[in-house]
Write a protein that binds this ligand. Structure first.
Ligand code: AMP
Ligand code: GLY
Length: 424
């Protein structure tokens, strides 16, 4: 079959790498892709939100399935767009329609969903300009720190955590006043949960599900988890504290009620569910839902999936996921993200990358690169994810660090302490 992947990051390169290995695939297209995805298929210069152009490409190239990487087109309704077009509605889209995508697109919707279905999560109150006073009383009833979340998509930046109550009250007003544009017209005030986080992924056809390898990402730019939040500076899989006992609780208390909650709420859902979890004294709580795979978690997790991902996608599309197999490699995987100097603040693009041919024992997944003449150049803050497998996490990290040091471009940076919190 012919397949189209939507997106341009390390996650999409990892999908392309894995999908290309499937005997079921004939032609592979990536829109818009990057210098890395070009190795496995044809990049097409179409933006992820240009549904009309994506639809035309699907018809022109006789594409049989579309896999959506990032959340924005899902929240904006790419799946609905396909279903509403007579010529496109038979082409399966892996990724939920906009109603299901609200689990990520609206934090208030996600909280209501969790409360309705008894899924453990932090206590919350949603405020708008109309019920600000009630919201502030709720916040005063909490112990700090105070967690404030823009309801809508804010490119991963919409969460503020403040120690001081007066400061938090001020921040709510600023958020409602447009700090994140429309996304913060509603603000979710949350109880602060103290614990350690991990990312659990499931793939579902809307009735049945399969649990993919668990991962942990490192979001802060600085060592020891200090400094600004980024899109993710690396990931490891599996996660030592997410052992069988913990994962059983996750499945029973979170995954099962989420999938059955979608059924009860009459929300068809075909795609990935990403459970952003926190373990509070070994009890799992949901911090957030995402309706896609994580990045950079995918770049680690993909190395541990032995089965044909395309076969699983067919199970999702045809509604017989229960009959497909997911085999997971017991080896460990680690991803180290190399970023541009200055990221997550201002950074340069267009620096020539060298050393790409010297890699041994790791796989490079490009995040922000493009081809320029004969060179591969930087084209984003997160540039290249260096992924490796090993007998244990330490070995996987060792390989990723060894190869990350061989890649050169002006002002490159990567964290050298991944796993610091988990490995003794
Ligand atoms: P989110 O965008 O919802 O994933 O939030 C970003 C980050 O803020 C999470 O990865 C957590 O580290 C932190 N966070 C979010 N909600 C809470 C909470 N209720 N308690 C503690 N930390 C939180
Ligand atoms: N790594 C977290 C995310 O993809 O949102």
């Amino acid at each position: 079959m012919n397949m189209l992947i939507i997106g341009s990051g390390g996650r999409e390169h990892a999908f392309a790498w894995k999908i290309r290995r499937s005997p079921k695939i004939n032609q592979l297209f990536i829109a818009p892709g990057n210098a890395g995805t070009a190795e496995f298929g044809t990049n097409v210069e179409i933006g992820v939100s240009d549904f009309a152009a994506i639809g035309n490409l699907v018809l022109e190239k006789q594409i049989d399935m579309v896999v959506v990487g990032p959340e924005v087109p899902l929240v904006e309704g790419i799946h609905d767009f396909f279903l509403a077009d007579e010529r496109l509605k038979s082409v399966p889209v892996i990724g939920p329609a906009s109603r299901g995508a609200r689990l990520e697109g609206s934090k208030d919707f996600a909280k209501q969903f969790m409360i309705r279905h008894g899924i453990p999560t932090a206590a919350y109150f949603s405020v708008t300009k109309d019920n600000l006073e009630e919201g502030i009383s709720f916040m005063r009833s909490l112990k700090g720190p105070y967690v404030l979340k823009a309801d809508g998509l804010a490119a991963g930046k919409g969460v503020l955590i403040l120690d001081d109550l007066t400061q938090a009250e001020q921040s709510i007003r600023e958020m409602l006043g447009g700090m994140f544009g429309q996304a913060s017209e509603t603000v979710v005030i949350e109880e602060f949960l103290s614990g350690i986080e991990c990312s659990v992924f499931a793939i579902t056809d809307g009735k049945d599900y399969k649990i993919l390898p668990v991962a942990k990402d490192y979001k802060r730019i600085g060592e020891g988890d200090s400094g600004l939040n980024t899109g993710g500076m690396g990931a490891i899989s599996p996660v030592p504290f997410a052992n069988a006992v913990f994962m059983k609780k996750v499945e029973q208390r979170i995954i099962v009620p989420t999938i059955s909650g979608l059924v009860k709420d009459n929300i068809p859902y075909k795609g990935f569910v990403f459970f952003g979890l926190i373990s509070v004294g070994s009890e799992p709580f949901v911090i957030e839902y995402n309706v896609r795979m994580g990045d950079p978690e995918t770049e680690a997790v993909i190395l541990r999936i032995k089965s044909d991902l395309v076969d699983l996608f067919e199970g999702v599309a045809q509604g017989d996921l229960a009959n497909r197999t997911l085999e997971i490699d017991s080896a460990c995987a680690a991803t180290v993200m190399i970023v541009a100097g200055g990221y997550p603040g201002a950074y340069e693009k267009g620096a020539v990358i060298s050393g790409l041919d010297e890699i041994e024992g790791s796989i490079l997944f490009h995040s922000g690169t493009k081809i320029s003449g004969n060179d591969v150049v930087t084209n984003g803050g997160r540039v290249i994810a260096v992924s490796s497998k090993g007998e244990d996490i330490a070995e996987a990290l060792r390989l990723s660090y060894l190869n990350a040091s061989k890649i050169q471009f002006k002002d490159k940076f990567f964290r050298k302490d991944l796993g610091f919190d988990l490995l003794s």
